[in-house]
Design a protein around this ligand. Structure first.
Ligand code: KIV
Length: 273
């Protein structure tokens, strides 16, 4: 199957993502939190691996992304980095690690880069976190922005509904996106906003805009791997396309194994020493 990339073996860098936008090549991005998954995604040719704070939900079973800690994000990112050769690895800064003040934010970002060897960080928010974004960028750390539905603010929003349907919120989102580009972010994620607004943001920015629930008029797409592979069955928003039913496949395999153990079919003499 063609992966529609011009040079499949070349390492993906922040600069290369901008070049991809310039020539109209869509950017593919998925989450991974462990060595084995990251190896599969990287060898399949994914452009960007996001060590997302969605690990809080799909790995740790928390209801929101808020509980995951900086130490836990670094642990996940380290495992992903050991497996990744080609993809750009971006690690989420977890809730509480950058909202306080710019120096704390810088210290958190430095820990992520130094201890995990990640290649960039992602931060949720616009004008509210501008100074922290600038401080991190001034240390030479690439930053990916994240606007629209920002799950770390779920307690403020109160729902996971589509954001920026109202004119005032849409206007602020566009201004925030332009500000993030101006201060030096290399890309922005737009989550769960109207497709028309996302396409407008993508057309007015020179940096890549990666969407999740933001329609097809942006420069790339990101999904949570556990959702798109059907490992996590409890989440079915309209924007999610399921590419496999791994929960079904795993259940069947485990039931087959249980039956083989119970019937003494496994192990066979050939599987014994
Ligand atoms: O944590 C995450 O997985 C994310 C994506 C939903 C963009 O931030």
């Amino acid at each position: 199957m063609s992966t529609n990339t011009t040079d499949n073996a070349r390492k993906v860098t922040t600069r290369r993502l901008v070049e991809m936008k310039q020539r109209g090549e869509k950017i593919s991005m998925l989450t991974a939190y462990d060595f084995s998954s990251a190896k599969i995604l990287d060898e399949a040719g994914i452009d960007v691996i996001l060590v997302g704070d969605s690990a809080s939900n799909v790995m740790a079973g928390n209801v929101t992304t808020l509980p995951i800690t900086l130490d836990q994000m670094i642990y996940h990112a380290k495992s992903v980095m050991k497996a990744t050769r080609r993809a750009l690895v971006v690690t989420d800064m977890p809730f509480g690690s950058y909202q306080g003040n710019p120096m704390e934010a810088l210290a958190s970002a430095i820990r992520i880069m130094k201890e995990s060897h990640s290649e960039a960080v992602k931060m949720e928010g616009g004008s509210e976190i501008r100074e922290s974004v600038e401080r991190i960028l001034s240390a030479g750390i690439p930053v990916m922005g994240h606007l629209g539905l920002t799950p770390q603010s779920i307690n403020k929003f109160g729902t996971y509904n589509v954001r920026a349907r109202e004119e005032a919120e849409a206007k602020k989102l566009l201004e925030d996106a332009k500000m993030l580009e101006e201060v030096g972010c290399f890309a922005i994620v737009l989550e769960k906003i109207p497709a028309e607004l996302a396409a407008k943001v993508a057309s007015e920015l020179t940096i890549p805009v990666i969407g999740i629930g933001a329609g097809g008029g942006v420069d790339g797409q990101v999904l949570v791997m556990h959702d798109m592979l059907g490992i996590n069955q409890g989440f079915s928003p309209r924007f999610l396309r399921r590419y496999a039913d791994l929960a079904g496949i795993m259940t069947e395999a485990v039931q087959h194994y249980i039956a083989d153990v119970k019937s003494s079919d496994f192990p066979s003499p050939e599987e014994s020493y």
